[in-house]
Design a protein around this ligand. Structure first.
Ligand SMILES: [Mg+2]
Length: 419
């Protein structure tokens, strides 16, 4: 089998409301590039990539000259062909490789008549548990709905998501407001949902490495009494994490400072992080994540599945990954429940009891809805990209690391942005 074409289509899919984070905001929509790899046998495999609010169509078009005639089953060779570790000093194509690997696995699965999890060693579970991913949100400029800013509204939002989807683990994305205010927010959510010893609800906090080491230690010590899954990226850098870990009594997790095998080796030799959050995009594919999970198993590090924003194709890769790794010790993260629609057949996948079923049909087990692809490609063309690392309400603000210029939690303005 040979690759004969690679197509890429940029889509914009609306979110319920703009999602705020330490470095800026998702401006009420996700911009994703949908990749289709076609073979000489007419099989089409699907991939997906983010890109920080921008289209990645051009880079996928340029990959055609590398991969025309390549056998999609030769995945290791493809890795070196387009993401050779020394050549990547010039072109870092890790995320490009990931999207193409998703598509090739989808092709192989369809050709062999097996789901991707069977190619990866077989599934250990039929569904993957997810955490409720709580964001501070601006209001939707169309109808004023969806704002999450006050303590009361945040608690209400967490309860709504639990009631709707069945989550028993809750993650708060912080690094937006002053740490003392965010501490009040986190403690309020934990107090509301974590008091029942039988419910099993647990919590995780992630300020996207926006704090100094001392700030991270202070915050960590204030939340030691909560049932924390882990404390995620409170500070940037392995050394800051190591210093925090010495003084805070809970596991630390990262999707920031251990995102490749070099960093994983460094963390094994001089441990700074307890739980490695594997992202099928950041690591360069599902198989790279499975390999990394094997290293974590050997050295008894924790593992969870990270979300870098996803539509149904990438979500499927997260489900197949979650299904096959024996040491998945925490609920996965997903932005998915903030979306209003999807580009796959059947629309948004459903959570049941906080879990999503792993697709069982051949390949990734999802199909493109071409009407939706067209509709959201038109929306992308109308709206263009957005600055993921800027805040629409804070023009001129630069998110430094560590940061000390927080957004004002009393500011109730709504950004006038179309999505
Ligand atoms: Mg994170």
């Amino acid at each position: 089998m040979k690759i004969v074409d690679i197509r890429a289509t940029t889509v914009t899919v609306p979110l319920e409301a703009p999602l705020r984070h330490a470095a800026g905001c998702h401006w009420g929509r996700f911009v994703r590039t949908i990749v289709e790899v076609e073979t000489d046998e007419g099989i089409i495999g699907l991939g997906e990539m983010g890109g920080g609010g921008e289209s990645a169509e051009a880079i996928f078009r340029s990959m055609k000259s590398y991969l025309f005639g390549h056998d999609p089953a030769r995945l290791e060779e493809m890795r070196f062909k387009i993401a050779n570790p020394t050549a990547s000093l010039y072109n870092n194509r890790t995320q490009i490789l990931a999207a193409l690997e998703f598509a090739c696995l989808d092709i192989i699965g369809q050709k062999w008549g097996v789901p991707v999890y069977d190619i990866l060693g077989g599934k250990l579970q039929d569904e993957v548990p997810f955490a409720s991913y709580l964001f501070f949100r601006y209001a939707n400029s169309k109808d004023g709905s969806g704002e999450v800013r006050t303590v009361e509204r945040l608690v209400e939002h967490a309860k709504d998501l639990k009631a709707k989807h069945g989550f028993t683990s809750h993650k708060l994305k912080g690094g937006v407001f002053h740490p003392e205010y965010e501490l009040e927010c986190y403690r309020a959510v934990a107090a509301e949902l974590g008091t029942d010893a039988m419910s099993g609800d647990s919590f995780r906090f992630d300020p996207n490495a926006a704090w100094s080491t001392e700030q991270a230690i202070w915050f960590g010590q204030q939340i030691e009494d909560i049932r924390n899954d882990y404390f995620e990226d409170p500070v940037f850098g392995l050394h800051g994490m190591r210093r925090t870990r010495e003084k805070v009594r809970m596991p630390l997790a990262t999707n920031t400072v251990v995102v490749n095998f070099e960093q994983l080796a460094a963390n094994v030799l001089n441990t700074a992080v307890d739980v490695i959050l594997l992202d099928t995009t950041f690591w360069g594919g599902i198989r790279q994540c499975v390999k990394a999970a094997g290293v974590c198993e050997t050295f008894q590090l924790g593992v969870a599945v990270h979300s870098s924003g996803e539509l149904g194709i990438q979500l499927a890769t997260m489900l197949h990954l979650g299904a096959v790794i024996p040491n998945l010790s925490f609920a996965a993260d997903a932005h998915y429940h903030h979306l209003t629609d999807d580009i796959i057949e059947g629309g948004l996948m459903k959570y049941e009891n906080g879990r999503i079923k792993v697709p069982t049909s051949p390949g990734l087990g999802i199909k493109l809805n071409r009407d939706k692809l067209k509709e959201y490609n038109e929306l992308y063309k109308r709206l263009g990209g957005y600055a993921y690392d800027q805040d629409p309400m804070r023009p001129g603000w630069t998110p430094t690391v560590p940061n000390n210029r927080w957004a004002d939690h009393n500011d109730d303005r709504t950004p006038e942005i179309d999505f």
